[in-house]
Write a protein that binds this ligand. Structure first.
Ligand SMILES: O=C(O)c1ccc[n+]([C@@H]2O[C@H](COP(=O)([O-])O)[C@@H](O)[C@H]2O)c1
Ligand SMILES: Cc1cc2nc[nH]c2cc1C
Length: 355
């Protein structure tokens, strides 16, 4: 736990002075105060993170963590496990949805093999395999504590390398057939939400498979007895390697004081673990969208987060987060390009106590 504790100890709250400066600037712009809603909240949050009023966040990265899940042998997904490595090659060949949306947002995609079954080979693949997929959590722990910790530290390291290369904001993305089962198990273990609310349809299962998936999560929790007060224990017993990697990405971003844009259900399971390990980390999270996966809303509620977008998406990969990059750009452009009441010669509010 030593190295992870060090990371956690270096995570400090947002800079209140920078937030006040940004609020002051927003209130001088030619609009009724607060009228740009969540875009204004974003500007304040980003300045509290970066200590700057208008930071340059033009270098953006999407980190796609890929891994396999032993629990697939229970028949919990609509798709076969081979899709995980096949989609990894799709990311690396720029053909996936995340490649399209990242390109549109001027962001780069970094694909990490943190636990895919079988050997992958591609010059652009970041090879950080901790082990070739988790063990079947319906029968035993998905990972040992040591493996989970190792995977979290991979995420921290990936962010450190990106920060060194000048990236100023990261988005969480993932690929892993079976990972909505692991995410639902994490959600149930950490919040004691009823299993039928935590378990969703993932890639698109029918009613019969959905009931079966609930039973698999129930067995996994009964067999492993994860300790709800120990998020690392929950992550190891019923989580996934890509989820653990994203916990590291989130904590690493908070440590490096860069915003981390959280994608959908699986990314939010990682965010929930990060939050339980270090509640201050939530201040660095930007919740991009509300996934159609039913349990997602409960994860965000648990962390006090409200999603920016409602697009009925449920793809993962970082797709919702990449779209949210454009809202970050919008918010920073508002800060840097809008005229003030004074510069544009526009009269301010007549009553002093206008909100
Ligand atoms: O991010 C989401 O909200 C989301 C919701 C449902 C499915 N997914 C993606 O679908 C895969 C997991 O679905 P499943 O049914 O195999 O557990 C995995 O690769 C995820 O990226 C992602
Ligand atoms: C095709 C496909 C693409 C995905 N991307 C993220 N999860 C996925 C699951 C499937 C099945």
């Amino acid at each position: 736990m030593h190295q992870l504790n060090q990371v956690i100890q270096e995570i400090k709250p947002l800079n209140e002075n920078a937030i006040l400066k940004t609020l002051n600037h927003l209130n001088q712009l030619t609009k009724p105060p607060g009228s740009l809603g969540r875009l204004e909240d974003l500007a304040k949050q980003i300045s509290g993170i970066s200590h700057e009023t208008v930071p340059d966040l033009s270098k953006k990265a999407v980190v796609v963590m890929a891994a396999d899940h032993g629990v697939c042998e229970e028949g919990i997904s609509a798709f076969p496990q081979e899709v995980t490595p096949q989609m990894v090659y799709n990311f690396l060949n720029s053909g996936a949805a995340i490649n399209v949306l990242a390109r549109q947002a001027n962001a780069e995609v970094f694909c990490v093999d943190i636990g895919v079954k079988g050997k992958l080979d591609h010059p652009n693949l970041i090879q950080k395999k901790v082990k070739p997929g988790t063990d079947n959590m319906a029968k035993q722990a998905a990972m040992s504590i040591d493996e989970a910790l190792q995977a979290v530290l991979v995420g921290v390291e990936v962010v450190e390398e990106l920060v060194e290369k000048g990236y100023k904001v990261v988005a969480t993305g993932e690929m892993g057939i079976g990972n909505t089962t692991a995410s639902a198990a994490i959600l149930t273990a950490l919040t004691s939400l009823e299993i039928e609310h935590a378990v969703g349809r993932g890639t698109g299962i029918n009613d019969e498979m959905w009931k079966h998936k609930q039973n698999v999560v129930k067995s996994a929790l009964e067999i492993n007895q994860p300790n709800p007060k120990n998020a690392l224990d929950v992550l190891a017993k019923v989580g996934g390697l890509e989820i653990a990697g994203l916990v590291g990405v989130i904590l690493g971003a908070a440590k490096a004081r860069i915003p981390v844009v959280i994608d959908g259900f699986i990314s939010s399971a990682a965010a929930l673990v990060a939050y339980k390990l270090c509640s201050t980390s939530v201040q660095f999270m930007i919740p991009s969208h509300l996934s159609q996966e039913h349990g997602h809303q409960f994860m965000l509620q648990e962390m006090g987060l409200t999603p920016m977008l409602h697009l009925d998406m449920r793809l993962g990969e970082g797709t919702g987060a990449a779209l949210c990059f454009q809202l970050i750009d919008a918010s920073l452009n508002i800060m840097s390009e809008m005229a003030t009441f004074e510069s544009a010669g526009v009269s301010g509010a007549t009553e002093e106590e206008v909100e």
